[in-house]
Design a protein around this ligand. Sequence first.
Ligand SMILES: *[C@@H]1O[C@H](CO)[C@@H](O)[C@H](O)[C@H]1NC(C)=O
Ligand SMILES: *[C@@H]1O[C@H](CO)[C@@H](O)[C@H](O)[C@H]1NC(C)=O
Length: 391
Amino acid sequence: MMVIKHILVLLFLTFRLSSSTKVTYNVLSFGAKPDGISDTKNAFLKAWNLSCSSTSPAIIYVPAGRYLIATALTFYGQGCKSKGITFSITGTLVAPSSYNAIGNAQVWIKLYKVNHVTISGGTLDAQGSSLWACKSSGKTCPQGSTTLGIYHSSNIVISKLRSINSQMFHILLYGCTNAKIQGVSIVASGLSPNTDGIHLASSTGITILSSKISTGDDCISIGPGTSNVWIEKVVCGPGHGISIGSLGWTLEEPGVQNITVKTTTFIGTQNGLRIKTWARTSNGFVKGVVFQDATMVNVKFPIIIDGNYCPDNDNCPSQVSGVKISNVVYEDVHGTSATSVAVKFDCSKGSPCSGIVLKDVNLNFRGQLAVSSCANAVGTASGLLQPTSCL
Ligand SMILES: *[C@@H]1O[C@H](CO)[C@@H](O)[C@H](O)[C@H]1NC(C)=O
Ligand SMILES: *[C@@H]1O[C@H](CO)[C@@H](O)[C@H](O)[C@H]1NC(C)=O
């Protein structure tokens, strides 16, 4: 009896060990040259294909060095047998310096329909500055591509990744479930156009922790159809701050709900905590948002709801936003505003904001009293409030 029991335990352990043993594929063994000049795309694809068909968890190892990814690269996850694939990166993946190579590809490095994928460490350098220069010269230029785009995927971890100089968005999650982004660092010039740090859309169960984001556009932006998001310990600036929106461009649009943004710092950004909706007819909504513990350092619009967004008054025939904004809490928001209107709720006449809660908000404008401004907004205010609430 004892012996049989021991054999069973042994079999069990052996099975457990063999099924959890990881296989490692080093991109160098598939011909990648880490010289920044030779295209290494195929080596990455070979390593991915083997990882994908492996029944053991796999590691794609990228040692130190510069790896040119000369054109758009997609890792497809359909049909993968793998229980998990980890990109363990020490080196830098670099795009060609001439913007045309990836400028029309929409996404430079794409993960499509993958499950249980981790990206750990490393740097992505899209070398976007030539495209930014083209755009600011007024010439006709390609739109540019997102550096890392993850689509229709689940159980994703991005940890300690650095993304620099994206042509457009740095990291985009679309149609994803259960993703954790942690300890990332994102850097682009404060003057670079549309270089959002992290953009979320149609996704749920997303956590963003302990990250630092400096770009020319939104630090983090949250698009239609996104829910159950937890953002904590994020430092933003330069850039446009954390934004829910733009929402309400289309008539039938899924809403945004259950968003928590906690312990954030904004340094010299255009906005701090923003909700932005197009002045267009829409069934969209925003509900259940908590902004808690935010520090503002010289931020133009620390707390802002722009419910009448329509740059150049273009494409807004109805002139009012249909997006319904409700149950938004601002708690313990403090620091300095770069303009006198530190709190601004410019809500839509057609669908006023409701359930706005202000609690302990202390914002100064150059050592003077700041003011708040409300239009079509109702809610409650309590605690220390500076500026005085207009709700
Ligand atoms: C990877 O797998 C895909 C799909 O099976 C195939 O089309 C492609 O040629 C493979 N690429 C490499 C580099 O092995
Ligand atoms: C709201 O989102 C959090 C994650 O940020 C999640 O833990 C919680 O269950 C969600 N609440 C609801 C009611 O779905």
